[in-house]
Write a protein that binds this ligand. Structure first.
Ligand SMILES: [Zn+2]
Length: 474
């Protein structure tokens, strides 16, 4: 069975093109008619390859669509109002979960306190997740239910922020977040399926035909894999599974079952090297304007060991590193695998010229999220000062150096609208060095073909042999 998609225009030059498709793949491309079983007339519409958002969090994006969204709050009192409202609608015994909390937007930058939050919710357990996803505020009740007290010890790679007398303030950074999230009820498999379908619908509305979930296994790996299988959405999804869900501490690999298809696959393993800039936890050289130098999630040798284990087991390894101190450590780890070109460095927001040169030599792939510049400019400037902040995300320098780089969103940390991302990459917001802008055509290539090449997927440029994942753009 073949279908001819006739009378389309190419997004780059407007040329007429017909695509012959068999079993979802382009088997022939021509400006002339091609014999076929069935014809779909595109009536001169412009087509381009579907967007590949190669770094986002599919399940979380879906779950977040039903959490309280604090995105528009610029003060504690605005947050109080929304929390009180939602709390009134929340049955007792249930947790109030909010997302996109950002104290960087408050005039004084002071975080909500656990006791304050408790007062707003009338004692219902509540968590406000920081917009970066790397910190959260837990209410006093939530802290209690999670067993977090004055005498609790900080988990490795995390911090329980404390007041003058050592009592937890409610602010939990990095791995300390897990203490309170693991005490909150986990989504059921049915809830996950529903969330994945919601997310897929929303992705489709943006013209995204393929994506990667970068934190598979955060709730329960077996349930999540089964949910992705059952959700059976049209979006192609590659899963990056958290290292600790696939390997025991000593490196023994666990067995997991997985319903693989043309649209669903395990793409690799995910690890974190550091935190985020907005929470002042990304590992940088020098100090933040707000103090501290960020944190490493693992000792460098331990990270190297984990990356090597996953690489030796045949997985692509994607490592989150935002600060340039973390980037060096990740590059060392990738180099030690002997196949650095197989692996992905996620974010790499701060890069020196020397680091770009080293990335080129190692042929490591980078994914970047330009929409962050629009959303978090205020936080970056507050943490790094205007000078260092302006140099964040050196997309143009990477492209010019010949580094394999792909754009993506990291949704739900931001809206995930790729057209905003493309805008931010071509026209960096005020305060960000404009010499790092790329052209519109480059930005689209980085959001389609580049990611597909990096992850070895057959789509991204509408060539013969690829999946016919095109979208109409007019
Ligand atoms: Zn992410």
């Amino acid at each position: 069975m073949t279908t001819l998609y006739r009378n389309a225009r190419d997004w780059r030059d407007g040329a007429h093109v017909n695509f012959l498709v068999r079993e979802g793949k382009i088997v022939q491309k021509s400006s002339n008619h091609i014999e076929c079983d069935e014809v779909v007339d595109l009536n001169g519409k412009t087509v381009m390859p579907g967007i590949f958002d190669c770094h986002m969090h599919v399940l979380n994006a879906g779950l977040d669509l039903s959490a309280l969204n604090l995105h528009d709050c610029n003060s504690r009192s605005e947050i109080e109002e929304l929390v009180r409202e939602r709390s009134a609608e929340t049955p007792s015994g249930q947790w109030l979960l909010a997302v996109h909390y950002d104290a960087n937007r408050f005039p004084d930058g002071r975080d909500v306190h656990a006791e304050e939050l408790d007062e707003w919710t009338g004692g219902k357990p509540a968590i406000l997740r920081q917009v970066s996803g790397h910190a959260c505020i837990a209410s006093a009740t939530a802290l209690k239910m999670a067993g977090i007290t004055k005498s609790s010890i900080d988990p490795s790679g995390g911090r329980i922020v404390r007041g003058e007398c050592g009592e937890p303030t409610g602010l939990l950074e990095e791995n300390a977040m897990g203490l309170v999230y693991s005490a909150s009820p986990k989504p059921t498999r049915e809830r996950m399926i529903e969330a994945i379908r919601l997310a897929a619908e929303s992705l489709k509305s943006y013209g995204i035909t393929a994506t990667c979930d970068m934190s598979t296994g955060q709730y329960n790996l077996a349930d999540e894999l089964a949910a992705y299988g059952s959700a059976n959405v049209s979006t192609r999804i590659g899963l990056y599974i958290l290292w600790s869900r696939v390997f025991e501490e000593d490196g023994t690999q666990r067995v997991f079952e997985f319903p693989e298809s043309d649209r669903l696959r395990v793409s690799g393993i995910k690890l974190f090297a550091d935190g985020a800039l907005g929470s002042g936890t990304a590992a940088i050289y020098g100090e933040y304007e707000t103090g501290g130098e960020g944190m490493l999630i693992y000792e460098p040798d331990d990270l190297k060991r984990r990356v090597k284990i996953a690489s030796d087991a045949g997985f692509r390894v994607a490592v989150h590193a935002i600060g340039e101190r973390a980037v060096d450590i990740v590059l060392d780890a990738f180099e030690a695998t002997g196949i650095p070109e197989s692996h992905r460095l996620e974010h790499a927001m701060i890069l020196s010229d020397e680091q770009i040169e080293r990335i080129r030599k190692l042929n490591v792939a980078i994914t970047m999220q330009p929409e962050f510049l629009m959303e978090f400019g205020h936080a970056y400037t507050r943490r790094l000062g205007p000078e260092r902040a302006s140099k964040l995300k050196r997309i143009r320098s990477l492209v010019d150096a010949g580094v394999r780089v792909a754009l993506s969103s990291d949704r739900p940390i931001v809206s995930g609208d790729p057209w905003k991302g493309i805008d931010a990459a071509t026209n960096r917001p005020e305060g960000f060095d404009p010499s790092e802008n790329v052209s519109h055509e480059q930005a689209i290539r980085l959001y389609t073909q580049s990611g597909a090449e990096i992850d070895g997927w057959e789509f991204g440029s509408l060539e013969v042999g690829q999946f016919a994942d095109f979208i109409e753009v007019n």
